[in-house]
Design a protein around this ligand. Structure first.
Ligand code: NPW
Ligand code: K
Length: 475
């Protein structure tokens, strides 16, 4: 599990090292990591590092200090390094003299040919967008095609909220120290590859995390020798309408693909569902469904009285329940439906449904927004997006970077509902079910796409192959 931290948590851990911080040891370690990353990127761009060109864009604080010490190391390796000081009077003193001592040069402009640009404008002390002078420098850098290495995190991105201010730096790689910051999850696409260097600081367990693929594989309920259809979970799907049977087919078929438990379907699209998945057991209503271990309700059910009645029936059963799409619209009008529930509830809104439930858009600070809604609804909330965030009412959050936006297609949410519903029925806690489903959804989308746009049917069909690949990671 990778944990993500606030700037305050990182600063407290640095301070706890005492002499290591005040004596500059932490900064030397950080600088070594920056130099190592720059050297690795130079090699990736071509043979040898001698004579290759690197520009350090240096701001007023310790983030710039990291770069200047790293620059000194690079100069000693024969790299041609120049430093552009945005605020010369406030540039890190010791760093600048170390850089100058070995022959590092200070410059006013961006060289025409450049291999690597180091963004050391701001790190944990950064607030707001890139200021105009720095923004102009990075505009010119973009034209050189240089690899951009961010020290700690790209400048112009808020370390704690991940808000990507405009303008800001977009990095190919971010090298950070001790542990990743919240921004590395929340603004993942802007950070590029994230390299975490050990500088010898100790951090407590984080309340924000993201599982590895191996962890997701280990959570996934795969049948053992003593399992039967009940021990693998029975999920009841309430979805679709006579006019819109597609949502029913997608969510039910995804549930069938996700686990080897049993899938029941309740709704008016039974015929269409059975045509695709004959293994599904259909029933006339929630009360007549027989044994169910978790419910997933919402896609395509409409938002009228009948949908309200279905949702009320499902929630009254007090089993683990996922609510999506139309189900969320109904719930937003009558949040009292959740009152008195003891079983876990997982709400899976996209930004628009989120706004209906919360009364406000989840952006720009999605982490704070999703936590607040989870607390208020006393339910686990999965906020969809390129970065999916799943918050428990107690404030713990798990995130998933889909790695691409191929899954942003009509019906993709129905597929997620089926996968997460199946995991709930197998007994996974709501947050784990949500983040694991989001991970497999993203892997399936990448697999189905291969670089071309996809529809939700292709995504659904790729769930099984994605799971097969994942199960190879189980120990
Ligand atoms: N402490 C240590 O030994 C270690 C520290 N480490 C490193 O230090 C970094 C934290 O350093 P830090 O605290 O000095 O803050 P930092 O991010 O450099 O900002 C400094 C100044 O920038 C300014 N500024 C703010 N926003 C701005 C903007 N948008 N655009 C332009 N300027 C802006 C603002 O000053 P202002 O101009 O507003 O007066 C602010 O005071 C950390 O990320 C890591 O890299 C590691 O080496 C481990 C050991
Ligand atoms: K930076």
């Amino acid at each position: 599990m990778t944990g993500y931290y606030t700037a305050a948590q990182i600063r407290a851990a640095e301070e706890a090292t005492g002499d290591l911080l005040s004596g500059g040891v932490l900064m030397v370690r950080a600088a070594n990591a920056v130099a190592g990353t720059v050297l690795a990127r130079l090699r990736r761009r071509g043979a040898g590092v001698y004579g290759r060109r690197v520009l350090l864009v240096v701001g007023a604080g310790n983030n710039g200090g990291d770069a200047l010490f790293a620059g000194a190391t690079l100069v000693r390796r024969g790299v041609r390094v120049e430093a552009l000081l945005l605020d010369p009077d406030r540039a890190h003193r010791a760093g600048l003299s170390a850089f100058r001592r070995v022959g590092g040069r200070v410059t006013d402009g961006v060289p025409q040919t450049l291999d690597v640009a180091v963004d050391a404008v701001v790190g944990l002390g950064g607030r707001g967008p890139l200021r105009p002078q720095a923004a102009a420098v990075f505009d010119v850098i973009a034209q050189t095609g240089a690899t951009v290495v961010a020290v700690d995190l790209p400048s112009g991105i808020d370390p704690d909220t991940g808000v990507v201010h405009q303008p800001s730096v977009r990095a190919d790689v971010s090298v950070t120290f001790g542990a990743p910051r919240l921004a590395h999850l929340l603004a993942g696409p802007q950070c590029g590859e994230v390299v975490v260097a050990d500088i010898g600081i100790d951090l407590p367990e984080s309340s924000v995390d993201s599982p590895s693929n191996t962890e997701v594989a280990q959570w996934w309920p795969l049948p053992g020798p003593h399992d039967d259809k009940y021990s693998q979970g029975v999920v009841g799907i309430v979805a679709g309408s006579a006019t819109y049977p597609g949502a029913a087919v997608l969510s039910t078929a995804a549930a069938v693909a996700a686990t080897s438990g049993m899938t029941r379907y309740i709704g008016p699209a039974a015929e269409q569902v059975l045509a695709v998945c004959p293994e599904v057991v259909t029933a006339a209503g929630v009360g007549a469904a027989g044994r169910v271990q978790a419910w997933a309700i919402g896609p395509g059910i409409g938002t009228g009285d009948q949908a309200h009645e279905l949702l009320a029936d499902v929630l009254a059963a007090d089993l683990p329940t996922l609510i999506d799409a139309d189900g969320l619209t109904v719930l937003a009008r009558d949040p009292g439906l959740l009152a008195g529930r003891a079983a876990p509830t997982l709400l899976t809104p996209h930004a628009g449904e989120f706004a209906r439930l919360a009364g406000a858009d989840p952006t720009p600070d999605r982490l704070t927004a999703v936590r607040a809604l989870a607390e208020r609804m006393n339910a686990t909330v999965l906020l969809k997006g390129r970065i999916t965030l799943v918050a428990d009412p107690d404030g713990r959050v798990s995130g998933n970077d889909a790695g691409s936006s191929w899954a942003a297609t009509a019906g993709a949410g129905d597929v997620l509902t089926g996968i997460a519903g199946a995991l709930l029925s197998a007994g996974l806690p709501a947050r784990a079910a949500g983040v694991a489903a989001a991970r497999v959804h993203g892997l399936a989308a990448a697999r189905a796409s291969g670089g071309a746009p996809i529809g939700a049917s292709a995504l659904r069909a790729a769930v099984a192959p994605a799971l097969r690949e994942l199960s190879d990671l189980r120990e």
